[in-house]
Design a protein around this ligand. Structure first.
Ligand code: ADP
Ligand code: MG
Length: 486
């Protein structure tokens, strides 16, 4: 662990991830959660905190939190409770946020990440609780007025609070990426960071190993993994500089300025705010039946880590290739569909992965497209690989076929037929071509016979050229060897 020390300082990071639960309606009302509506169009009397309105708990949102807890190996608490966190803010009409301060729905759990040196590291989760999001204050529509948009007020969130187990910005970024993959796999959160579906508060402090933790700064509302990494890197340097200059790091909340790349003080947290938490009298404790938990557990899809291990085992992929393929469930599913479409799935699995991660990803990147926007079925990649495997075409010709395929969206089998790209296997044709090459290059032949065996490649190249790139390389090699030894 000490390899992470920077000038003798150890970095301590703990993350609070706010994930918007993927539901159609809000946590305690039936207003839609859909993004992008006109301001204040998704606001019920309850969301606007009209007197006498009562909360009704969204059971689907609860199921999503249970699912998340199981997916990160946490304990689902059969009894949890909602508390009021009281504070005034213009975008919080009720004057309190409903959250789970004392009895969260999930306790414990962990996420495994891979470190730069390839080792695994387990990062523990302290708990996951459910809470409501607040509305939004809009300050940039008028020079003299601020506006309130309550569409977001009451949207269900999960707050996933980690233990302070991370020791570098890299570990923090990997944790968020893994968590995001898991949430997407199980469909508990869309994790669209640009839409604010996933926001991270990063707590960070430095200390000398084997001494108590230092005071932490909490950097609020980081909405991309890049900003998270950059903000932490800046903050690590700042805290080291401050401490080494003899100044104390106060416990405070900081903001990350994406334009300057700096963090700055937002508010001091020396005297923790008194939110006067108390159990919400309008909500009963949340009691979960074991059967409900079991049912959700039985419906859980295969998770990214398990899928990765299976890909490595079954398809003989490298850890690296498998990691990239499982990162996006859609890509993983496409990959498996292609493998299953091959005539020889076991033999082709590795090659199919190479084509998807290499040529296909390069094409998608260039076109700025997702894999599910392809205009040809993914099975075509398997057909292409099959054509290589059964020696109908060479790996080199396959590139030509691929280029034609992404251009025309045609089946590679038809492309090969139409363009006459089948590999030449006929030994007589190949032998004839070789004989011509040898008669046309007497000087090289003489040199070869005199011991310059490196010229073998030259003859292969000339023969291939004579056969318009379509000769079977293995047959060329063996006949050539035979002819040259005469
Ligand atoms: P609070 O009750 O003030 O919110 P918590 O103990 O709940 O504080 O911790 C909030 C987050 O801060 C957690 O993710 C935790 O891992 C992290 N954290 C706690 N202490 C430190 C520290 N000294 N340095 C970095 N992160 C910390
Ligand atoms: Mg906290």
């Amino acid at each position: 662990m000490n390899s992470n020390l920077i000038k003798g300082w150890e970095v301590i990071i703990g993350l609070e991830v706010h994930a918007q639960i993927a539901t159609k309606s809000k946590l305690f009302s039936s207003s839609p959660t859909e993004f992008g509506a006109d301001p204040n169009n998704h606001v019920s009397f309850y969301d606007a905190a009209m007197p006498g309105m009562l909360p009704v708990l969204n059971t689907h949102a609860v199921d999503q939190a249970i699912k998340t807890g199981i997916a990160v190996n946490g304990k689902v608490n059969k009894i949890s409770r909602f508390d009021r966190k009281n504070y005034f803010y213009p975008d919080l009409p009720s004057g309190y946020q409903i959250t789970q301060m004392f009895f969260p729905i999930i306790t414990g759990g962990y996420i495994d990440i891979i470190l730069q040196d390839g080792r695994n590291k387990r990062l523990n989760i302290h708990h996951i609780h459910m809470e409501q999001d607040a509305g939004k204050s809009v300050h940039d529509m008028s020079p003299s007025n601020s506006f309130i948009d309550l569409n977001r007020a009451g949207i269900p969130l999960m707050e996933i609070v980690s233990e302070p187990d991370m020791r570098s910005s890299y570990e923090a970024v990997q944790y968020v990426k893994s968590l995001r993959n898991i949430l997407r796999y199980i469909g508990a959160c869309d994790c669209n960071m640009e839409k604010g579906n996933l926001r991270v508060d990063a707590n960070i402090s430095i200390h000398k190993p084997n001494t108590p933790f230092g005071n932490r700064a909490e950097i609020k509302n980081l909405n991309s993994t890049k900003f998270l990494g950059d903000a932490l890197d800046y903050e690590i340097q700042r805290q080291i500089l401050e401490t080494e200059s003899g100044r104390k790091i106060p416990q405070e909340t900081r903001l990350y300025d994406t334009h300057t790349g700096e963090t700055r003080t937002m508010r001091s947290k020396e005297n923790a705010d008194d939110y006067r938490y108390f159990p919400d009298p309008d909500l009963k404790p949340l009691i979960l039946e074991q059967s409900r938990i079991d049912k959700i557990k039985s419906e859980l899809p295969e998770l990214p880590d398990a899928k990765k291990k299976r890909f490595i085992n079954d398809y003989k992929l490298t850890e690296f290739d498998a990691s990239i393929l499982v990162e996006d469930k859609v890509v993983a599913d496409y990959y498996e569909r292609a493998v299953n479409a091959s005539k020889t799935p076991n033999k082709s699995a590795k090659l199919i992965a190479n084509w998807i991660l290499g040529e296909l990803f390069a094409f998608l990147n260039k076109e700025n497209k997702n894999i599910n926007e392809l205009l040809f079925p993914i099975e075509y990649i398997a057909y292409l690989v099959d054509l290589i495997q059964d020696k109908t075409i060479s790996g080199k010709i396959a590139k030509t076929v691929f280029a034609e395929m992404i251009e025309t969206n045609n089946n590679p089998r038809d492309i090969v037929k139409k363009l006459g790209l089948e590999q030449i296997q006929d030994e007589n044709v190949i032998r004839q071509a070789i004989e011509e090459v040898l008669t046309n290059n007497p000087k090289q032949l003489e040199q070869y016979k005199a011991g310059k065996t490196a010229l073998f490649g030259f003859f292969v190249g000339q023969t291939m050229k004579a056969l318009q790139g379509k000769g079977n390389p293995e047959i060329i090699n063996s006949i050539l060897r035979e002819e040259l030894s005469k």
